[in-house]
Ligand binder design. Structure first.
Ligand code: ADP
Ligand code: MG
Length: 457
């Protein structure tokens, strides 16, 4: 088993980290739901425990090992070459007796035909902000498994906003609380695939038995089966059977049930009976939070990498609302910085992520900037796009120039045309003016910050 888990760990932490931190540890034994490992030194042990303890634990659980914690003890005999030794598999997982669920979660150990859970998609790794706080709170509540008040729980939102992450986090939590519970997580696509196969093999009985015997059913991306008549029909029956037995169901989709045109009306109305919560597009704070969290982890793994101040803020400001894109950008950035052995600066970000920055900066348009500035300063559109030099309109115009330059990739002449400048030098001057003022005048700095947020929202 440890051999398999090592294989999975290699995939999830990458080759470098694996050979540095996982390979040298030696599996010792499993006792009282604690997996014990030998490590070469004290420092090594605390590092592995802090940085990889969670991942190792989750992979062990994922492999079906009955374990609640991992422990690392120093054994000078444990060293690099020992890592390659094939270690005897741990004893059969022990059934946890102490954690009897209050609800009707049963114990059972047969393989369920679900998808594997990502060890990194945990609540610990989920950053909470305004856009996702409701979804997060609902997920936490359901993960407690105490009652089935929110049934079904329906999470919806655009791509890359954390639906799958939250579902896996719920599954991990439930697994830890109710070790024997039959928790089935899969995508709607997998559901369909299995159903179609059962039809083909004329074995829908087994299919029904499996799906109707679970304690918790999680179906990700339900929009996939909208419009697929027979799959929807089967899904509807499964769904009803489970709800009637008071089993928890958690479903995600890219839209609200009522907006899924081809979704069976009966399914939509059943979904409405539970708790429907959406994940909103991210805001600046949430993106920054995610970036800080991920950057911290990445820096811990690559201590030689240096990052200049303001880089994460710049990325949070300039990269789109999809967290997957934000994450991907950071991973690429670290790989690049490692390769060229340079400090990560805003310049480096602009070099390395030019394509991403370009594809997402069209979110804010010059017209939006003009409109927002007019509302904020309570002036008319004609004033800001005109040429009056009166302070009351000139300063807002300069602010609009500054925002245009920092939030879009429009050129100075383009901005000049929109904002009543004579030519690019007017804009250049306006931008510099605001930058200078921001350093000395906290009111101006605050205006810029608020406007930026209004535009980002
Ligand atoms: P969705 O299923 O909504 O398309 P995912 O759950 O796959 O989105 O999330 C995309 C990526 O962003 C994943 O790697 C996930 O870990 C990460 N992610 C999303 N939301 C958060 C969050 N609030 N905190 C940390 N990481 C997040
Ligand atoms: Mg998803």
């Amino acid at each position: 088993t440890w051999g398999q888990v090592r294989g999975e760990l290699l995939k999830s932490v990458g080759e470098n980290n694996f050979s540095a931190w996982i390979d040298p540890i030696v599996f010792d034994r499993l006792d009282a739901r604690t997996a014990r490992f030998h490590v070469p030194t004290n420092f090594f042990g605390s590092w592995v425990s802090q940085n990889y303890g969670d991942v190792i634990l989750r992979h062990l659980i994922s492999a079906g090992v009955g374990v609640d914690r991992v422990e690392f003890t120093v054994d000078s005999g444990a060293s690099r070459q020992a890592g390659n030794r094939n270690v005897a598999p741990p004893a059969q997982p022990v059934e946890a007796a102490s954690l009897r669920p209050v609800s009707n979660l049963r114990t059972g150990t047969e393989e369920l035909p679900g998808a594997t859970l990502n060890p990194l998609y945990t609540f610990d790794n989920f950053i909470v902000g305004k856009p996702n706080e409701l979804a997060h709170a609902a997920a936490r509540r359901v993960a407690e498994g105490r009652d089935v008040t929110f049934n079904p729980l329906f999470l919806y939102g655009g791509v890359g906003l954390g639906k799958t992450h939250l579902m896996h986090a719920i599954a991990w939590d439930l697994r830890a609380r109710f070790p024997g519970a039959r928790i089935l997580y899969l995508s709607a696509e997998q559901f369909m695939y299995r159903f179609v196969r059962a039809l083909r093999e004329q074995d829908t009985m087994t299919f029904k038995q499996i799906f109707r015997s679970v304690d918790v059913l999680m179906v990700d991306d339900v929009q996939f089966i909208a419009g697929k008549t027979s799959t929807q029909e089967e899904f509807f029956h499964t769904f009803n059977a489970l709800v009637e037995e008071g089993k928890q169901i958690i479903i995600s989709g890219d839209r609200a049930p009522v907006d899924m045109e081809e979704l069976d009306a009966r399914i939509a109305s059943r979904l409405q009976c539970g708790l429907v919560v959406d994940l909103h597009p991210t805001d600046y704070e949430l993106r920054l939070g995610v970036l800080q969290h991920k950057a911290e982890q990445a820096m811990a793994r690559n201590p030689q990498i240096r990052m200049a101040e303001g880089v994460l803020e710049f990325m949070a400001l300039r990269i789109s609302t999809n967290i997957r894109v934000v994450e991907g950008a950071l991973i690429r950035l670290f790989a690049f910085a490692d390769l060229v052995r340079r400090e990560i600066t805003i310049d480096l970000v602009q070099d390395c992520l030019a394509d991403i920055l370009k594809s997402t900066d069209r979110r804010v348009t010059l017209d939006q900037i003009i409109k927002t500035c007019c509302e904020y300063y309570k002036i008319r559109q004609n004033d800001i796009t005109g040429t009056s030099r009166a302070r009351a309109v000139a300063r807002p115009r300069q602010m609009a120039m500054y925002l245009s330059k920092s939030l879009t990739s429009r050129s100075y002449p383009e901005i000049a045309r929109k904002l009543g400048g004579r030519d690019h030098t007017t804009v250049l001057y306006g931008v510099r003016k605001i930058e200078e003022l921001m350093a000395v005048d906290s009111q101006i700095a605050e205006d810029a910050e608020i406007l930026r947020r209004m535009l980002e929202a």
